[in-house]
Design a protein around this ligand. Structure first.
Ligand SMILES: [Mg+2]
Length: 361
């Protein structure tokens, strides 16, 4: 049985803008294109939603519905940067992460031993850390597969966590409207409605062949989804954004000297992992991570690609001083620049990001 977490930031672009300018809190905010250039809303906050503003709405119309709406031009570079910071937190829980957009990702945590292997505790900790470290709210869903995990993250949004355990799958799916099923768009929903099918309980009354006759190959998929079956794997992006090593010590390291004594071993293991990277990567900023005996943790990252033992020692000392107490885990890492990914990104039409940023909810 797999354990999948779906993470989805609440009104991501707008939330980042509010964080950057706290005077915006409590006011209706939309990020998107200018009304004069027939722009549309990319993301808006919940105050704006209260006025009927939503993603993909023409900005001119949004301003009619909500005359006090504060319109902000998208800053994709900033959102990408913050997205990378969220991703860095997610990487502490799994190597198998499939990003869906800047603010959404699936994690397969089936083999993760973080939080004693409890996906629910991992989702709680991710939500808490993203808030504490980045001042952003993410909703999370936990389920045995991707389609249910994605529905679950939406179930208690905003600022929500919803868990569907394997034992609950059947009852949960039965009451699910068919419009919630993965891949069911407007056309399919209308066709299902004409057949008198509004929820999965009703959908289950149709046999597999009948559904295939009505919907072709997708009929088979409908038959499976109505039973909570979704075997799609979490497809991890094989390009890395960072590389790190960490060690949990069986006995706490009592002081800074004891931590520094571990540095040569950790560096050797980091260097072994770096040696396996392909030629498209460039080493970027170094990072250290400390988890103290009381499970509080801190990370420190510095600009500049120099990776000497002396440098890591200074960073370790600075990070240790934040807690100044016994240490149970030490980690070293580096951010990577992926020149391969960069070349691919440059091939995208330049204007699409500027004039019509992808939606985020
Ligand atoms: Mg979102």
């Amino acid at each position: 049985m797999r354990k999948i977490i779906h993470i989805d930031a609440d009104c991501f672009y707008a939330a980042v803008e509010m964080r950057e300018a706290p005077a915006l809190y409590g006011k209706p905010v939309a990020v998107g294109g200018s009304p004069r250039e027939r722009g549309v809303v990319a993301t808006c906050n919940y105050e704006a939603r209260g006025w009927g503003v939503h993603s993909a709405l023409p900005m001119a119309q949004a301003l009619k519905r909500c005359p006090d709406l504060i319109v902000i031009a998208p800053r994709m570079e900033l959102y990408r940067q913050v997205s990378g910071q969220i991703h860095a937190i997610l990487q502490d829980y799994s190597d198998c992460i499939e990003p869906l957009s800047l603010d959404e990702a699936f994690l397969d945590v089936s083999d993760s031993d973080a939080c004693q292997g409890s996906a629910t505790l991992m989702a709680q900790e991710i939500r808490r850390r993203v808030w504490q470290e980045l001042r952003l709210v993410v909703s999370a869903g936990v389920a045995p597969n991707k389609f249910l995990a994605k529905i679950a993250s939406d179930w208690r949004k905003p600022d929500g966590l919803f868990v569907i355990t394997p034992a609950e799958v059947d009852a949960f799916v039965l009451q699910l409207p068919v419009s919630k099923l993965h891949g069911v768009g407007k056309i399919t929903a209308q066709k299902l409605e004409r057949l008198g099918i509004d929820d999965c309980a009703r959908l289950r009354e149709f046999d597999r062949l009948e559904l295939v006759r009505q919907f072709g190959k997708f009929g088979d998929r409908l038959w499976q989804l109505a039973r909570g079956i979704d075997e799609r794997p979490v497809e991890a992006n094989s390009r890395r954004q960072s590389i790190s090593v960490e060690e949990t010590y069986s006995e706490d390291l009592p002081n800074l000297d004891a931590c520094l004594a571990q540095l040569p071993l950790l560096m050797a293991s980091l260097q072994r992992r770096m040696a396996r990277l392909d030629e498209h990567y460039r080493i970027d900023r170094p990072q250290v991570k400390i988890k103290f005996h009381d499970f509080t943790q801190t990370t420190l990252e510095q600009a500049g690609a120099l990776l000497s033992e002396q440098r890591f020692a200074m960073m370790l000392a600075a990070a240790y001083a934040r807690g100044n107490k016994p240490v149970r885990l030490l980690g070293l890492g580096v951010r990577l620049l992926d020149l391969k990914g960069r070349a691919e990104q440059l091939e995208l039409p330049f204007s699409s990001a500027a004039s019509a940023p992808p939606r985020s909810g």
